[in-house]
Ligand binder design. Structure first.
Ligand SMILES: CC(=O)SCCNC(=O)CCNC(=O)[C@H](O)C(C)(C)COP(=O)(O)OP(=O)(O)OC[C@H]1O[C@@H](n2cnc3c(N)ncnc32)[C@H](O)[C@@H]1OP(=O)(O)O
Ligand SMILES: O=CC(=O)O
Ligand SMILES: [Mg+2]
Length: 583
């Protein structure tokens, strides 16, 4: 039974107990009620979120319209490039506000979803920073999002603990912990469990607003040495989106009565259009910036998406698109040069590496995690991690990402060897040579072959990832590698691209073209393989068939869906009282 009580949010009655969130005028909550969540969804916190939504919704809509306009132009043959209108920003001499002392040293950062045990492990991991993720690593169900907010609040005030009953193991924070950064969702994702004036809230404003409201004071005292909170901002395509974030930050600082420039953020450069906007993005956020990060996985996804109507820019096998490809190398070097010129950190990305393994003839790239049951394979994987990190630190990056605590010592050692006691390389690795990087360098076609195994791997990984996501896990280990929304996107759009242009698989000597029939066979065979690998019982109880249907539809759709997770989101929304949702 559901009741609506004036300004009280929707309530559900499971056992004649009427529970309801106390919400401000014009706001409805359609997610499950819990007393714990109610401590986050307070009337004042919701009022703050509603104020942000009302103030910025038109600008967000406009920014999303501009993305569509840009897409239309790329689809008509246009290429992204530097904007002549903002040349004065790129050529001007200006710097961002000085880096706050609390985050001067970021040589190794660990990332992970906002799950309770993982937050404690990540904060205790020995990394300098922990990026708590509402984005690529999280399936944004109501339960995950709200318990994530509870967990972060407890983490910032230092009271977070966890008891693993099965292992009778207790978790609490060490005296020394990593500094916390929070990554809200991208601008494109709605939060349909919260309606503001009848419209779904913008997901990232909910993530940011609730976290900021409850944690800014404790954060500044316990973590930020007077600054903060700190954020990572994902998937932006243009500086106008960064400008909105800057205004959101100013609005939040005003509400909290804290100094302008207290909040700091690192922007992920992880879309192809954004690489041409790095100076402009830093300029918009110059009072709130702590650098840029090479979000290499989404960047590869974005390359395919941007060039979806350009059959002359097809990707080789996913495993071949590493940081040594010319367009990836150019992107990371220009990012370093841009950040250091503006006085902020140039962060590296999630581990990837090159080895000669697949078919014994092609290099491989992956997001690596430790391999527990095979010491030799683990050592080989660690070696690849070391090579990737060495490349990053030598190029001039100030820090890097690790997906797993087991990788931190190896990453730390590489950065320590090069940087010693210096917290970063901002002054010492200016990379003036990268000033000559051109649009052609940044867009150069990736080189390599396409194989049937590549198509199979995309399919096998894409379906299993989506099955996990639909059941609440946004980052999973698959075949000893970390998979998350960004890596799964590459699998999806690559299959779509190969199908659309019926590409020839030229890497395995078969000369077969990717047709719908071939793809259909691959899907059937890979589903059979997944069933064998996970076991009949897990296969039956899991969401593999639903994931397969969704993944197949997206790979074969006439027009490329903008995001895998937009369609999938409809399947994890549970409104109370229960009912299906359609965006
Ligand atoms: C493209 C991008 O956006 S990258 C950024 C987004 N992606 C991520 O953040 C992925 C983060 N990593 C992960 O989610 C995990 O490492 C996974 C899912 C890939 C593997 O996790 P698991 O299967 O639990 O790994 P494993 O069993 O080896 O874990 C061992 C221990 O390390 C902990 N652990 C593993 N990864 C992490 C992490 N990233 N942060 C904190 N703790 C972690 C586990 O909780 C576990 O702790 P316990 O011994 O106390 O129980
Ligand atoms: O968010 C990081 C990425 O590589 O994508
Ligand atoms: Mg990403």
């Amino acid at each position: 039974m559901m009741v609506r009580l004036g300004n009280i949010g929707y309530a559900t009655s499971m056992s004649n107990n009427i529970n309801a969130y106390d919400v401000p005028e014009g706001l409805e909550i359609r997610g499950r009620y819990s007393e714990e969540f109610a401590k986050i969804l307070t009337k004042d916190a919701l009022q703050f979120v509603a104020d942000l939504q009302r103030e910025f919704r038109n600008r967000i809509k406009y920014a999303m319209e501009c993305r569509k306009e840009a897409k239309r132009s790329y689809n008509e043959g246009g290429l992204p490039g530097f904007d002549p209108a903002t040349r004065y920003i790129r050529e001007g001499e200006w710097t961002c506000a000085p880096v706050p002392p609390a985050v001067a040293d970021r040589r190794v950062e660990i990332t992970g979803p906002v799950e309770r045990k993982m937050i404690i492990n990540a904060l205790n991991s020995g990394a300098k920073v922990f990026m708590a993720d509402f984005e690529d690593a999280l399936s944004p169900s109501w339960e995950n999002l709200m318990s994530g907010q509870v967990n972060l609040k407890d983490a910032v005030d230092g009271s977070i603990s966890f008891h693993d009953k099965a292992r009778n193991r207790s978790y609490k924070l060490n005296d020394q912990t990593a500094k916390l950064f929070v990554r809200p969702r991208g601008w494109h994702l709605p939060e349909t469990h919260i309606l503001i004036d009848g419209e779904p809230a913008t997901g990232c404003l909910v993530d940011f607003g609730l976290y900021f409201f409850h944690s800014y004071a404790a954060f500044r005292q316990n973590q930020g040495e007077g600054f903060g909170p700190f954020f990572y901002l994902p998937k932006m395509e243009h500086s106008r989106e960064a400008k909105i974030w800057n205004c959101v930050f100013e609005r939040a600082e005003k509400m909290a009565g804290i100094e302008r420039g207290s909040i700091r953020a690192t922007v992920l450069i992880e879309t192809l259009p954004a690489v041409f906007q790095m100076d402009e993005i830093l300029y918009e956020l110059r009072n709130h910036s702590v650098g840029l990060n090479c979000g290499r996985w989404d960047y590869i996804f974005s390359y395919v998406k941007t060039f979806q109507a350009h059959p002359d820019r097809l990707l080789p096998d996913r495993v071949l698109v590493g940081m040594t490809q010319h367009f990836m190398k150019s992107y990371s070097e220009l990012l370093i040069r841009t950040c250091h010129r503006r006085g902020v950190h140039a962060m590296g990305g999630m581990v990837c590496f090159g080895i000669t393994k697949l078919l014994n003839l092609i290099p491989k790239q992956a997001a690596q995690i430790p391999i527990r049951d095979d010491p030799a394979a683990n050592e080989a994987a660690l070696d690849l991690v070391r090579k990737d990190k060495l490349r990053e630190v030598n190029a001039g990056h100030d820090g890097t990402w690790a997906a797993h605590p087991g990788l931190i010592p190896a990453c730390m050692k590489i950065f320590n060897n090069k940087m010693g006691n210096s917290p970063h390389q901002i002054q010492t690795m200016k990379r003036e040579d990268a000033a000559n990087i051109t649009e052609e360098d940044l867009l150069q076609r990736p080189r390599g072959v396409r194989t049937l195994e590549g198509l199979r791997l995309n399919t096998r990984v894409g379906i299993q990832y989506l099955a996990a996501w639909l059941t609440g896990s946004g980052s999973v280990p698959l075949y000893n590698l970390m998979e998350d929304a960004a890596t799964a996107e590459i699998s999806r759009v690559q299959n779509w691209q190969w199908l659309k242009y019926q590409v020839e698989l030229d890497g395995d000597g078969l000369g077969v073209k990717v047709s719908r029939e071939l793809f259909g066979r691959v899907v059937d065979e890979e589903m059979a393989r997944i069933e064998r690998e996970v076991g009949k019982d897990k296969f039956r109880k899991g969401m593999y068939k639903e994931a397969c249907k969704m993944f197949t539809r997206q790979c074969t759709a006439p027009a490329l869906d903008d995001f895998l997770t937009l369609d999938a989101y409809n399947h994890i929304v549970i409104h109370h009282p229960k009912g299906p949702s359609k965006l």
